[in-house]
Design a protein around this ligand. Structure first.
Ligand SMILES: [Ca+2]
Ligand SMILES: [Ca+2]
Ligand SMILES: [Ca+2]
Length: 256
């Protein structure tokens, strides 16, 4: 297992696709892992079963798109407060080392139907720290959260990550997200960590259906990305020009 981990880390470092641009781009996880604004996104075949084992702190569900953040009082499309949707603290997070770099990791359990509705997109992902409880529900004209939850530590920006859910429904991880430890400089052990996510707005093939999407902490156990994540097909990376993507996304927002 250790050997496999080191092989995985090296291969991720060698094959990782990087998006570091102010223009909107899409990372398609069906083609492999990649980075967006310094965060690593990779598929996982982690297989604990049942919500109690997965131990989520963020639960979101709606259709055709959904958004929310981890708060015990709930907001937007969150569910199951406060047991499976609640604040966490900076001290709850543990470091995972990948390819010699240190990250705080999150695992998302996607729950989409089989077949034509299996696609899903992550269209906003923000991580904040705050010394006090936050409850903003400010939105823009599209209904998308545009408030603040404290000190912004990471944002996906205008980029998106897409994925096709062909796994085992609820209770197993689908996507691992690793935020560099360096993004949390100065954070205090008692600071709250807020994760905001918005899913389903990229285009008509990535809207949200089915069960809830739930997120848990990666507690210092280095998950092994599945083999398909280790051999990204560089040529298929969808670094499409911003104009095309933005037009599609605008259309999706209008239709949503
Ligand atoms: Ca799943
Ligand atoms: Ca779903
Ligand atoms: Ca879908």
């Amino acid at each position: 297992m250790i050997k496999r981990y080191f092989a995985s880390a090296a291969m991720i470092a060698a094959g990782m696709l990087a998006i570091n641009t102010a223009k909107a781009a899409v990372l398609n996880l069906d083609n492999g892992s990649g980075t967006v604004n310094g965060a690593l996104f990779a598929t996982t075949d982690q297989q604990p079963t049942g919500t109690g084992v997965f131990d989520p702190f963020l639960t979101i569900q709606n259709s055709p798109w959904e958004q929310g953040y981890n708060s015990g009082s709930g907001n937007f499309d969150t569910k199951r407060e406060p047991v499976w949707n609640h604040e966490i603290k900076f001290s709850d997070m543990t470091v995972t080392t990948i390819g010699g770099s240190q990250y705080y990791g999150f695992t998302v359990d996607i729950n989409e139907p089989n077949g034509a509705k299996a696609g899903i997109s992550l269209d906003a992902f923000q991580v904040y720290t705050s010394s006090s409880l936050q409850n903003s529900t400010s939105t823009n004209s599209s209904g998308f959260f545009n408030g603040s939850l404290g000190t912004l530590r990471y944002t996906l920006g205008d980029n998106a990550v897409t994925y096709t859910d062909t796994r085992h429904g609820s209770g197993s991880g689908d996507i691992n997200i690793y935020i560099p430890v360096s993004a949390f400089a100065g954070a205090q052990a008692n600071d709250y960590i807020y994760l905001y996510q918005r899913w389903g707005n990229s285009d008509s093939t990535t809207t949200t259906q089915g069960g809830f999407e739930e997120t848990s902490l990666i507690r210092g156990v280095t998950p092994v990305p599945e083999m398909s994540a280790l051999f990204p097909i560089l040529g298929l990376m969808v670094a499409v020009g911003s104009t095309h993507i933005l037009r599609r996304r605008r259309m999706a927002r209008v239709s949503a």
